[in-house]
Design a protein around this ligand. Structure first.
Ligand SMILES: *Cc1c(COP(=O)(O)O)cnc(C)c1O
Length: 415
């Protein structure tokens, strides 16, 4: 797919050639909305309604407690985890679906630190998504000792690695700028000094091909409600490389991670393998919805998703720069598509009201403090024509200053 000079006609032609065009019909999208926020909350797959209705009425309603066996609810974290594993280059038995990304990060960070007891530093990005940093801070204050969290700019991460580095904890795609790191090279550099690496795949899983095995990653976590389209608050996932699985029992030692939960022993004995990374009872309803989204991602060719994602983002950047020159927008995402995730961000001094004005016209992106307009492109359901219309609407709002209305300046609690 090549990017033509942006115009509505060019967008229509690109939609016609799009090998993923039929995927959009798998989603329920409001007719009057251009949805460019699938990086924050993925769209609703149509089959979720029927699937969750069946799980509620037939499985829960009729099977009751028997459902844990007859519908193998108990096997869901491993089953859905293995499916997600196929999207991120992880072998069967290395991924479980459970809890939230924040909680999973706590588990794998605790494990990674325990495997490097004599090293002091956790290195992460200053611009990492804050929950990752907060979880690290909480774990450090709980465990005491002299561990410290060092926060650096992306460019300074590799030079800072040393024999003091216990864990390098990075998010592959920057949630503000969309900049994508070189997972293979960075993992190698960390291993060269004997450090372990945790990758946060919140903006990677389902967005483009990931190969944790090839990169030699030690641990990973990621999100179910973004590009996996699992629904608000969907369960998250975690990955542990086979070599580390039985080296340490993570500290959230709930019964689902026990070697034999139903013998009800008073003492914790961790399960062998990835199951020890489970904690409590899985959320069957929520995981059923996520399973539908994961199946859609599995059916699509990840190479085609990546190609379309780059083309959509390139098209949007060129269209915005062509239609809205001199209106104070500054591209903060990498211009080179291979260095980007599946989003485009522009800085604008009035970013918040500009985004509110866009949303009022049905173009839904989001705003990230201090001044970033963020547009996510999910190739499964975003069209080139949507991309063109979003650029036109943005240009019009800037040219007419439609954003400069008191209604658009009032901050909502979720931005
Ligand atoms: C979205 C996101 C999270 C979300 O964590 P939750 O526990 O699901 O709230 C974590 N890390 C990153 C990098 C994210 O982008």
């Amino acid at each position: 797919m090549t990017t033509a000079v942006p115009s509505l006609a060019a967008a229509e032609a690109l939609d016609q050639q799009d090998p993923l065009a039929s995927r959009r019909a798998l989603f329920d999208l409001p007719a009057d909305v251009i949805y460019l926020d699938g990086n924050s909350l993925g769209a609703l797959p149509k089959d979720v309604a029927a699937r969750t209705a069946t799980v509620v009425s037939t499985e829960w309603g009729q099977s009751l407690i028997r459902g844990w066996n007859t519908h193998d609810w108990i096997g869901m974290p491993a089953r859905v985890g293995d499916k997600i594993g196929q999207l991120i280059g992880a072998a069967p038995g290395t991924v479980v679906c459970a809890d939230s990304t924040s909680v999973n990060l706590f588990k794998v960070l605790a494990a990674a630190l325990a495997l490097r007891p004599d090293r002091r530093d956790i290195i992460s990005q200053r611009d990492n998504f804050p929950t990752d940093l907060y979880m690290a801070q909480g774990l450090i204050s709980l465990t005491g000792g002299d561990r410290r969290l060092r926060l650096l700019d992306d460019a300074n991460v590799i030079p800072a690695l040393s024999e003091d580095t216990a864990v390098l904890m990075l998010t592959e795609v920057d949630y503000r700028t969309g900049a994508k790191l070189d997972m293979v090279a960075i993992t190698q550099a960390a291993h060269d000094v004997g450090a372990l690496v945790i990758w946060d795949l919140a903006h990677s899983a389902g967005a483009f091909p990931v190969d944790l095995t090839r990169a030699g990653a030690d641990f990973a976590v990621g999100c179910g409600y973004k590009y996996l389209n699992g629904g608000p608050g969907a369960p998250a996932f975690l990955y542990v490389a086979p070599a580390h699985q039985d080296d340490f029992a993570q500290p959230l030692s709930g019964w689902m991670g026990h070697a034999s939960p139903f013998t009800f022993e008073p003492d914790y004995r961790p399960a062998v393998g990835i199951d020890r990374y489970l904690c409590g009872t899985p959320s069957v309803l929520a995981m059923s919805a996520l399973d539908v989204g994961v199946d859609i991602a599995l059916e699509a060719d990840m190479g085609a998703i990546r190609a379309k994602s780059i083309a959509l983002c390139d098209f949007f950047i060129t269209a915005v720069e062509q239609l809205a020159p001199g209106h104070g927008l500054q591209l903060v995402s990498p211009r080179d598509g291979t260095l980007r995730g599946s989003q485009v961000s522009f800085a604008h001094s009035d970013g918040y009201p500009v985004m509110q004005a866009l949303i009022a016209r049905g173009v839904i992106g989001d705003f990230r403090a201090p001044n970033i307009l963020r547009f996510g492109f999910t190739p499964l359901y975003v069209r080139f024509t949507d991309t063109w219309r979003a650029a036109e609407t943005l240009a019009d709002i800037l040219a007419t200053r439609a954003w400069d209305d008191p209604a658009f300046h009032a901050r909502k609690s979720v931005t």
